[in-house]
Design a protein around this ligand. Structure first.
Ligand code: HMG
Ligand code: MG
Length: 299
């Protein structure tokens, strides 16, 4: 059975923009987020409080957040890798954060300069302090299906990291196909393994990148297994600078086209969102990779 409603966790301003070559002025980022909210998105991952040398594109987090103060009802989570990142976020009044773990050692090293266990140890005080401050924490697990250095990733590796993040106190987990190689059979296998390990589908989100055009098929598979939170990026922007071969996220417009066709409610206005992605594409100087954006733009 399919759910009647899906919550879209929009990652365009964070996952989408972290990988852009062009420098994007903070005013453009703030307007992008306001437009996303006006299109009906209620969870918009705004930025990251990471080391500015590691991700220069998001080094303006302190300038960005005060420009979002009027978006009272919108959830605006931000990524924090460590205590320093959490302090920066809390100082700005950020009300939701996310830590980001990896199922593989190679990506933990490339992305966080830590082993998997060292990064989980780094997150432990972050989750404890955030939770004590009333700030819920999402836990990402990257490289859930395949890794550019290590190849196929066995579900047990993901289950171990997922369990550890839940035990630390994460409210929700997002399963990342960071390089976009998964196919639906792997999604079924991973969700079954997580279910067997006592992780309920209601605590899970899925985060697909669309490198091989499988993101929608994978999403539909996850919905059939009880997942109701789906990460997507307006216009299909995105990718991770520390994962070779990573491309854009599942485009929010492509997701909406499918969900609308299935009669699944999201509260998001597809035409308004498409107009926003076209507006941003002009500022980025390149067309949106989303098939739905291109189809609607040419009508
Ligand atoms: P490190 O070099 O090991 O840092 O990097 P460190 O802990 O040794 O600290 C070195 C210096 O950095 C210190 O300064 C710290 O204060 C400073 P010093 O004392 O030398 O003057 N520092 C910071 N400054 C500002 N903000 C901070 C911060 N932390 C330390 N938060 C670190 C470790 C985690 C910082 C680094 O590896 C990092 O920033 N990584 C971020 C990587 C990233 O953002 N990746 C992209 C997001 S993940 C993703 O895209 C996947 C996802 O979409 C899901 C999927 O698709 O799978 C989520
Ligand atoms: Mg991602």
């Amino acid at each position: 059975a399919l759910p009647g409603r899906v919550r879209i966790h929009e990652v365009g301003p964070r996952d989408g923009l972290q990988n852009e070559k062009a420098v994007i002025p903070v005013e453009v980022k703030a307007e992008f987020i306001h437009r996303l909210a006006a299109a009906g998105l209620t969870t918009i991952e705004a930025t990251s409080f990471v080391h500015p040398r590691w991700v220069p594109q998001l080094a303006d987090a302190e300038e960005l957040f005060p420009r979002l103060a009027d978006l009272g009802d919108v959830r605006l989570p931000a990524l924090v890798p460590n205590a320093r990142g959490l302090e920066r976020a809390l100082a700005l009044g950020v009300r939701e954060v996310a830590v980001f773990a990896s199922a593989t050692e190679s990506f933990a090293k490339a992305n966080l300069n830590r082993t998997v266990d060292e990064s989980l140890a780094m997150f432990e005080p972050v989750v404890a302090r955030a939770t004590a401050a009333g700030v819920p924490v999402r836990g990402y697990v990257s490289m859930c299906f395949g890794d550019p250095w290590e190849g196929a990733v066995p579900p047990e590796r993901v289950v171990r990291v997922a369990r550890r993040l839940l035990d630390l106190g994460c409210a929700e987990l997002s399963l990342g196909d960071t390089i976009g190689v998964a196919t639906p059979g792997q999604v079924t296998a991973l969700l079954a393994a997580l279910g067997a390990a006592g992780v309920p589908a209601g605590r899970l989100a899925v985060h697909f990148h669309d490198t091989y055009g499988q993101a929608l098929a994978n999403t539909l598979t996850a919905l059939r297994h009880g997942v109701t939170t789906v990460d997507a990026s307006a216009g299909g922007l995105g990718g991770c600078p520390f994962a070779k071969s990573a491309t854009g996220n599942l485009a929010t417009e492509d997701l909406l086209w499918m969900l609308e066709g299935l009669g699944i409610h999201t509260g998001v206005d597809l035409r308004r969102l498409t107009a926003t992605s076209l507006w941003l594409a002009e500022r980025l100087g390149r067309p949106s990779p989303s098939r739905t954006v291109r189809a609607l733009a040419s009508q």
